[in-house]
Every structure is written in C-alpha cells, then in structure tokens.
Write a protein that binds this ligand. Structure first.
Ligand code: GDP
Ligand code: FO1
Length: 308
C-alpha cells in the first residue's frame, strides 16, 4: 500500500500519475481539510473534491478544481438573490456539497461521507480526510483574520500574511484508518503540496507526525518550490510568513524530522548538499508536471525511490 499526503491542485497532478502507474486500489490518500468551508449552508471540502474528481476522471484540468464542462446557473441565480458568488461553485459540483452536507447532518462522519462519494464515483483508491474533526486554516494579515478561501480566492492571495494557524487542530484526532495506513504502508509520498496550508494542517493533527517519524516505510517528498518561488500559488509567501526559507531547502527543513528522500528540481542542484546535511537523501528530477506523461514519469521515479 502506498500512502499519499496531499492538498488539492498540486497533489492531484502527482496522484493522477501514481494512479496510472499502480493499481489505484493500492493507494491510500490522506487529504488536507483545513481549506474546508461552509458557503450557502453547504460543507465544501475542496481538497478532497479535487482528488476525487481527479481519480474519477471528472476534474476540470484547465482550472485544476471543479468538474469539467460544469455550468454555473445555480450560482448566477444565487447572485440575483443577493448571495456572495466569489467562490465559483458549479452546478454538478454543488451536488457533491449538497450530498456531503445532507449526510453530515445525519451524523455520518466526513470519512464515511468521503468513502460513500468515492464508491458512487467508482474510485478504487481509499481517500481519507486527515480528520473527521473540524480544523480550519486561518491567516492573520494586517488587522484582518481570514479563512483560507477568503485569502486564496476572495483576496487572490495578495494580503501580506503575518501568521498561519490551524484552529481546532489541537483537539482533533486522525480520521479512522489514517494512523494504520501510515504504520503499514510500503511507501509514503508527500505530494508537492503547499507545505503551510496543505501538508502543515495534516502534520498538525496529533499523532500523524509521530506516525510518519515511526513508520518503517520510506517517506519520499517532492518540492512544490523551484528557486525561490512556488510553481503556482502562494507557498513561497506562506513559507516566509511561517519563518521558513522560501526554497526547496526550506521545505526540506520543515519536513526533516520524518522525510527520507526529497525530490527537487534539477535547477536546485546546488541545494543538494544542504538537504543531505539534514540526513535526507536529495534527488534531482524534472518536477514540473505539465502533461499526463510528466505526471506518470515523476510518479514512476518516486515509486522506484520507494522500492530501492
Ligand atoms: P492546493 O490545495 O490547491 O493549494 O494544492 P496543493 O497544496 O496540493 O498544491 C499547491 C502546490 O503545488 C503549490 O505550492 C505549487 O507550487 C505546487 N505545484 C503545482 N504544480 C506543480 C508541479 O507541476 N510540480 C510540482 N513539483 N509542484 C507543483
Ligand atoms: N479556486 C479559485 O481560485 N476560485 C474559485 O472560485 C474556486 C472555487 C472552488 C469550488 C470548489 C472547489 O472544490 C474548489 C474551488 N477552488 C477555487 C479551488 C480551491 O480554492 C483550492 O483548490 C484550494 O482549496 C486550495 O487548496
């Protein structure tokens, strides 16, 4: 069993490659839920949905989120009725949030709801939320306190962030299956996801980081940063705001207590020695995934590193 830690859009690219390289039934995917939000009374789990839509072949590849070919008629009408429409919820996507919210209101746990949606969409991989408890990533910018989606979508990640924290995480528990998966994995992949707002919340759930430190499986990570910038999104800004250097070396330092191998860009060859001083094996590769072939090639390289 290969266990994967992931956020949404960056992680989904690698997961598409992994699911093409091995039987998806051999994958257990632990998803960040710190980005979850409630809008129009609906519980939205963007990272879980990005991963499930990817595995079901439904993802809108151009955007990296939502369902391809979706329409926005309901959202337009909600706008006419005075609702906020900055978060673009498509008509088919809304069905997922309606179903999830309905089941949650019947006291079905998020992990069970996710399993239910995955089975309905024909997904063979196990997709697990990091926790069934509510954990909310919040960002302090100036005198404002923003939820992740307010920062990322509404404010287009422009505010200068001073601090990032995960509200509710201290009292949260790993979702059923998470610790067992980490303990019995044959290999663990830390996706090139945002270290602060995607991997950070997962690691902060009590027990998960220790399970990664204790596992006998090889833990392989991929950098989301090349040079001093994320390939997309605000990871470099949030690394700096959290006191880490914005580079692959900074990411390696943030993961140093549990990571065995770190895959970085060829362009970052000069960081190899610094990463190896942390007792992490550093490997350079072409870590940009622009096509299905790129995704599969990188997945193949990671699986080879795990098997070595
Ligand atoms: P989010 O939840 O939508 O933010 O998705 P993730 O956290 O899973 O992914 C965001 C991260 O993916 C960003 O920091 C990007 O730099 C990284 N990323 C996006 N595309 C690629 C890629 O092709 N290769 C690598 N190595 N990282 C990528
Ligand atoms: N990202 C955007 O940049 N704009 C949106 O309007 C938007 C809507 C949206 C709806 C459903 C969903 O599952 C994801 C959506 N995303 C949108 C992506 C989402 O903000 C990000 O994937 C993450 O939460 C970052 O981790």
């Amino acid at each position: 069993m290969i266990v994967v830690l992931t956020g949404g859009t960056g992680g989904a690219k690698l997961i598409e490659g992994l699911a093409a390289e091995i039987d998806p039934a051999e994958l257990t995917i632990i998803c960040n839920t710190g980005d979850d939000c409630v809008l129009h009374g609906l519980h939205i789990s963007p990272d879980i949905d990005t991963i499930t839509y990817t595995l079901a072949g439904l993802i809108d590849d151009a955007k990296g989120w939502g369902i391809k070919g979706d329409t926005f008629t309901t959202l337009e009408q909600l706008g006419r009725l005075g609702a906020d429409t900055w978060f673009k919820l498509g008509d088919k996507d809304l069905a997922t949030h309606i179903r999830r919210t309905g089941l949650l209101s019947e006291r079905v746990r998020l992990s069970q709801v996710t399993g239910h949606i995955c089975r309905a969409l024909g997904i063979k991989a196990a997709v697990l939320p990091m926790s069934d408890d509510r954990v909310e990533t919040r960002l302090r910018a100036g005198d404002k306190e923003l939820t992740f989606q307010e920062y990322f979508v509404k404010e287009r990640w422009q505010p200068m962030v001073r601090k990032v924290y995960y509200a509710g995480v201290v009292k949260s528990k790993p979702a059923p299956g998470v610790l067992n998966a980490l303990g019995s994995a044959s290999g663990i992949v830390v996706c090139p996801s945002n270290p602060v707002t995607s991997i950070g919340p997962i690691l902060a759930v009590p027990g998960i980081r220790d399970a990664l430190k204790e596992t006998r499986a090889t833990v392989v990570g991929v950098s989301p940063i090349i040079g001093a910038s994320a390939i997309s999104g605000p990871a470099h800004k949030l690394m700096s705001a959290s006191g880490w250097e914005a580079s692959a070396l900074g990411v390696a330092r943030a993961y140093a207590d549990y990571l065995d191998v770190f895959v970085i860009a060829h362009e970052d060859q000069s960081l190899k020695a610094g990463i190896e001083e942390l007792n992490i094996r550093a490997v350079t590769a072409d870590i940009r995934m622009n096509s299905p072939a790129d995704k599969q090639r990188l997945a193949r390289e990671l699986l080879a590193l795990i098997r070595k």
